[in-house]
Design a protein around this ligand. Sequence first.
Ligand code: PMV
Length: 329
Amino acid sequence: MAVTKPAQASAPGKIILFGEHAVVHGQPAIAVPLNAVQVTVTADPASPGSGLSVHAPDVGHTLRVTPDHDPADDPLHNALGYPLQVALRALDVPVPDLVLTVRSTIPIASGLGSGAALAAALIRALGSALDCPFDNETLNPLVYEVEKRHHGTPSGIDNTVIVTNQPVYFVKDQPIQPFTIARPFTLLVADTGRSSPTHITVGDVRKLFEAEPDRIGAIFTHIGSLVDIARWAIESGTIGVLGPLMDTNHALLRDLTVSSDELERLCHAARQAGAWGAKLSGGGRGGNMIALADPAQAKPIAEALRQAGAVNVITTVVTSPEDTDQTPG
Ligand code: PMV
């Protein structure tokens, strides 16, 4: 299929502020986009008959995408090829002659939504190149389809926050609820450097729940109640409440067995350096943690996190989408 238009698309990372894991089991969660990290995809027309390929120079791979070859056990195909197959099916068009080039600053399997962002940017770029741009309502279920391939039973929070690029209060299978951030607040996002696939932690929490439904169900409910208090705090600008809520949410995630020595060390270091609260964010057992801080304390806390082993620290101001200010630091 002839393609005439070069195109470019991107998608941000995301941070879950409260409620990960419990959200898979029907509790609410709150997440915000992280624009300091991004996936960008450029689409360039290729010579007639050359077909569709994805080039990922950062990881040194090029993948040819055909409609029928769908090796579900190949992580590279699932990350780069499967989103395009899903998009081609949705558009109901033949395979175009196109080269998509992917660049990403979102660490893989680290709780920042790399899989959903990659899928969103790939599908957007393909749609634009074919002059059939996807609106967010159409894109979101397609990215969710890809998330199912990655995670098995995703709640849908990652695709929702990444596609809409808005803070969301999210409950599985319910309409999206954007919410307002009355007063901006500063977070540090620190990477343990250990990647941890979400489907493993989600699967382990599920097994735990099946083995001990009363105890684990009570933890999920407790996390859900923290999320609702956090929503009220964020919407009313009562930021002082958030730190202790983060600490409690982290302790409950530890009870769900998804913390790790590295995450404990980073959370402890952040609190010792003056953070108001700290917790793991995302699937856990690695990936990233977040710490809430007085902006004036962000630098020393970032330094303390690095000293405690963080391989990367991002300082970000969580605010309304209109006036986002996120800087690596
Ligand atoms: O993919 P991650 O690591 O950002 O984690 C997603 C959050 C979970 O609640 C653990 C899973 C889900 O599908 O909501």
